[in-house]
Design a protein around this ligand. Sequence first.
Ligand SMILES: O=c1ccn([C@@H]2O[C@@H]3COP(=O)(O)O[C@H]3[C@H]2O)c(=O)[nH]1
Ligand SMILES: [Zn+2]
Ligand SMILES: [Zn+2]
Length: 254
Amino acid sequence: MRIDIQMIGTGSAFAKNYYNNNALVACNGYKLMIDFGITAPLAMHRLGLPLDVIDGVFITHLHADHIGGFEELMLRLRFHYGKKPQLFIEGRLIEPFWEYSLRGGLEFGAEERQTLDQFFDVVPLSVGKPHEIVPGFRMEILPTKHFRDMPSYCVILNDELFYSGDTVFDPELIRSVHERNCTYLLHDCQLDGHGLVHATLQELLTLPESIQQKIWLMHYGDNMESYIGKTGPMKFLLQHETYSFPVSAPATAD
Ligand SMILES: O=c1ccn([C@@H]2O[C@@H]3COP(=O)(O)O[C@H]3[C@H]2O)c(=O)[nH]1
Ligand SMILES: [Zn+2]
Ligand SMILES: [Zn+2]
């Protein structure tokens, strides 16, 4: 079987040549959006993808390049398409996501109190508890170290494809997913400067070659092209491209 990933964008938070680093994953007939940032509605439009192709959305963390497109997504899906997708979100993020990031635009002035579950079937996720989205398509989240104590999560799909979300360079995390036989590591990458909240290219280049060969770089800045040929065996994911990753069917969920 395969996991197909279309990169809706591959840019860092403030990149202007690239849309926000968000990805549309297709597996076993289900389409899962990973993050939906400020630029995601425009990127989807440019790709000719109507918002109702999305069956579910997973949120890695609450920075706007990962969630800034939700107001439009929620209003259009509910009132234009009449669709209520699933929302996969770590339990601790649910309240701040609704109360701090969305409620002002989605409830203010409404006659009745609005709640997140009017827009989504909310599926709370927990670290260490893999979740079967549909038969044969499984996700598992792990915490990442991103910005101070802000909760943020990476995701492993079908035990084989690791998607970092946003994280500082965390060799222990990378080695652990390598050792549990993840075949593909999609990793955010800051090409220059200090890696205060992201892994830098220089840091990723210190990993053993056997790990670098599995790494696909994403969430990069506007100067990506000047780094082509300077990433060792690591490859860049390209915006709007679809990548088809062969995977094994996951072991049956318990
Ligand atoms: O201490 C800080 C906190 C944040 N930032 C910027 O804000 C951005 C938020 O989205 P991001 O997590 O993709 O990237 C972050 C950085 O670009 C920073 O440079 N230093
Ligand atoms: Zn980001
Ligand atoms: Zn972030």
